[in-house]
Design a protein around this ligand. Sequence first.
Ligand code: UDP
Length: 234
Amino acid sequence: MAKVSLLGYDIDSLSFEGAVARAKEISGQVVTINPEMISNPDLLEVINSSELVIPDGIGVEIGLKIMGRRLRRIPGVEFAHRMIEECASEGKTVALVGAKPEIVQKTVENLKAEYQNLDIVYVHDGYFKNDEEIFKSLTDLQPRLVLCALGSPKQEFFINKVKKDLPNSLLIGVGGSFDVWAGEVCRAPEIWQKAGLEWLYRAIKEPERFKRIFPALPLFVWRVLKERYIPRGV
Ligand code: UDP
C-alpha cells in the first residue's frame, strides 16, 4: 500500500473513500495525523507502526504539497463518523472511550438517535486514573470499532498499548470528536472548512488552542521547507 513520508512520518496515500474501504478490511490502529503530532518525536514509532495513517487537516496537506505530493485532507471527525455508519449498517459493535462523562453519554444518545441499529457495547469517559479496567472490558468484549477521544498523544499511546489484545478491532484516535457529536462544540461553517481554515475558527472559539497550535504550526512548516529546499548538513 502506497505511503508518503512527511518528516519521517509515514502517511497512507488514500482518498476519503479509499481510506474507508481500507479501514473496513483491516484491524489495528488508525491515526488522523496533524502537524502537532509530527512535532512530537515520542509519537514517531507509534505512528509508523500504525495500520492506517490519514492526513487530518490543512497543515499536513500543505506540508505534503511542499514535498511535491498531492493528498487531500481527510477530517478525522468525518472519517470516524463514517466508520460508525458502516458499523451500524453491518451490525458491528462499537466502543467509545473518552471525553467528559456527560459528553460521552450525550454522544451515545445522539448516535443512537441517528442510527437505531447501532450496537454500542462499551462506554467510558476519558478521565480515568487506571486504564487496566478499561483494557479488560475491551478485551472481553472485542468490539469491532473502538473510538478513543482522549486528545493526542494520550489516545495514540492508549490505542498502541491495547491493540495487541484486540486482533479484530479497528481503533481510531478521534480527538475532540465526541464534543462535536454531543453538540458541545460546533465545527466551523462549511466555507471555513473549504478554505482550510477550520483550525483558525477553532482557535478563535477556544483561545487556549492558540498556545498549542502556534509554536507547533510555524515550526512544522519551517521544518518541511528546510527538508525540501535546504540540503542536509547545511
Ligand atoms: N480528554 C480526555 N481525557 C484527558 C484529556 C482530554 O478524555 O485526559 C478529552 C477531552 O475531554 C476532549 C478530547 O479529549 O473531548 C480532546 O479534545 P481536543 O479538542 O483537545 O483534541 P484534538 O482534536 O485537538 O486532538
